[in-house]
Design a protein around this ligand. Structure first.
Ligand code: BES
Ligand code: MN
Ligand code: ZN
Length: 494
């Protein structure tokens, strides 16, 4: 979908479809009012007759209204006007997107950004709408033998505003960039384990680097051995696919500005290793690289919007397989940090690949490090599929990330990382075990990582519940690309 912004009168401009908003109780938004007036009250008459539900996201498609240049008018309800929330705004946009996708109109004028949303300016409303609209057109049909080309659906969408300008154009481009970053993250997540291997992630990173003037380096197994990445390598032992360690450097800021380092868990398939997972639903462990995918997607988004900031992305990536050479429960390995780890459960592999990446991050002298990982099933028990888990060794950084999640509609919630929890990680034979004693699985996983992040400010996002959806609409969500991108936009002072 292509997006533009312009000014004009809703009733006079001609397009395939014009989209206008209303509120519960029959109140009309500004554009709806103009259309209503031009058509001698056609919209208010239909609402008075009860043709449009009061609920958020209810829609009514009207055809050939007298006095209106566009042949279709899509009326969308925001729900109650007085407590219009970010969520209601997004839900109304999504509902409009669904209607537009099934319509014969190929062009649309979009007036829903005129919604009266407390605390959100027009730039925010345009960025969010663009992101939601563009994201709604995402399809993953690369591996279908026949692709369906639909004749329906809007291809060109114009936001109608009072005063166009650079700030709104920027907002629009940001919304598009975030949706494009999400699309990359979704596709990488959705591709199966036999396609999206560590090598495939490395190739994708190289392509991303080439398209956007990002520096890229891919470390091979031999390089990891030299660096002493014994924890990461212990996970790769059971697999025939060679592991990779991807390093991307986006330099949009001043040369001397310290970078934000993003680290993404890239387990391209998690069988559990010798501590094998049960068979049911195991296909979903192809999504165990969604942390990596979101980090690559975020880099794409910020590069596309030419954000003035320095960001490094680190992606440790491997399969977790139960091969003949695989690590066994009880094995002890030495991490890059020098700390020894007793691997009591080979299914707690994410923290093993992350800990070496977190040690590697030190060399960039980062201003902050954020790792993103589908790390624990326990996080799904704690927060379900709506909210990512956030833990940090710095409360100001945590607060920034929570606020970014709120603004982006990609929310996280903080869990405690108090010292007391460190007592749950004790090994009789090594410095640290890779699993904690019973309970608080999300926190003990973060406690493990915290042992490797003492040199800098660090936050950890557990996206086990939010990175993909199960069931009929199974698929990657592209989260937390919006949260991370919003955080970086704020950090860049934009
Ligand atoms: N990738 C999984 C976590 C996961 C499970 C994410 C289900 C999403 C859905 C991770 O590697 C894992 O297996 N974690 C174990 C840790 C345990 C052995 C301490 C878990 O959560 O069961
Ligand atoms: Mn696992
Ligand atoms: Zn895993």
């Amino acid at each position: 979908m292509e997006f533009t912004i312009k000014a004009g009168s809703p009733e006079k401009l001609k397009s395939g479809c014009i989209v206008v908003g209303t509120y519960a109780g029959g109140d009309l938004g500004a554009a709806a009012k103009a259309i209503d007036k031009a058509s001698n009250g056609a919209i208010s008459a239909l609402i008075a007759r009860g043709e449009l539900d009061d609920k958020t996201g209810a829609t009514l498609m009207l055809h050939d209204l007298p006095g209106v240049a566009s042949p279709r008018v899509l009326v969308v309800s925001f729900g109650k006007a007085d407590d219009l929330s970010d969520k209601a705004y997004r839900d109304a946009i999504s509902a409009a997107a669904r209607q537009l996708a099934g319509s014969m109109a190929h062009e649309a004028l979009f007036c829903l950004a005129d919604a009266e949303l407390p605390h959100r300016d027009l730039a925010w409303r345009i960025a969010q709408a663009t992101q939601v609209l563009k994201d709604s057109t995402y399809r993953c049909d690369e591996l279908k033998s026949k692709r369906e080309e639909s004749k329906k659906g809007v291809r060109k969408l114009t936001f109608l505003v009072k005063k166009p300008g650079d700030a709104l154009d920027d907002a629009l481009r940001r919304g598009e960039a975030i949706a494009d970053g999400m699309a990359l993250a979704k596709t990488l997540g959705n591709l199966p384990g036999n396609v999206c291997t560590p090598g495939y992630l490395a190739t994708t990173a190289k392509k991303l680097a080439k398209d956007h003037k990002i520096k890229v380096e891919v470390l091979e197994k031999g390089d990891m051995e030299k660096l002493g990445m014994g924890a990461l390598l212990s996970v790769a032992r059971g697999s025939h696919e060679p592991p990779k360690f991807i390093v991307l450097q986006y330099k949009g800021g001043k040369p001397k500005d310290k970078p934000v380092v993003l680290v993404g868990k890239g387990i391209t398939f998690d069988t559990g290793g010798i501590s094998l997972k049960p068979g049911e639903g195991m296909d979903e462990m192809k999504y165990d690289m969604c942390g990596a995918a979101s980090v690559l997607g975020t880099l794409k988004a910020i590069a596309q919007m030419a954000l003035p900031i320095n960001v490094v992305a680190l992606v440790p990536t491997t399969e977790n397989m139960p091969g003949g050479a695989a690590t066994k429960p009880g094995d002890i390995v030495t991490s890059m940090s020098g700390q020894t780890i007793e691997i009591l459960n080979t299914d707690a592999e994410g923290r093993l690949i992350l800990c070496d990446a977190l040690t590697y991050a030190e060399r960039f002298d980062p201003t902050a490090v954020i790792d993103v990982a589908t790390l624990t099933g326990a996080c799904i028990i704690a927060l379900g599929n709506l909210t990512s888990g956030l833990m940090a060794n710095d409360d100001a950084l945590a607060a920034e990330l929570l606020a970014a999640g709120q603004a982006a509609g990609d929310k996280a919630w903080q869990l405690p990382l108090w010292d007391e929890y460190q007592d749950m990680l004790k090994s009789n034979f090594a410095d640290i075990p890779n699993i904690g004693s019973k309970g608080a699985g999300t926190i003990t996983a973060a406690c493990f990582l915290a042992r490797f992040t003492k040199a800098y400010k660090w936050a950890h996002l557990d996206i086990a519940g939010t990175a993909w959806k199960s069931g009929a609409d199974k698929g990657a969500t592209g989260r937390p690309v919006p949260l991370l991108t919003q955080f970086l936009i704020e950090r860049a002072g934009q």
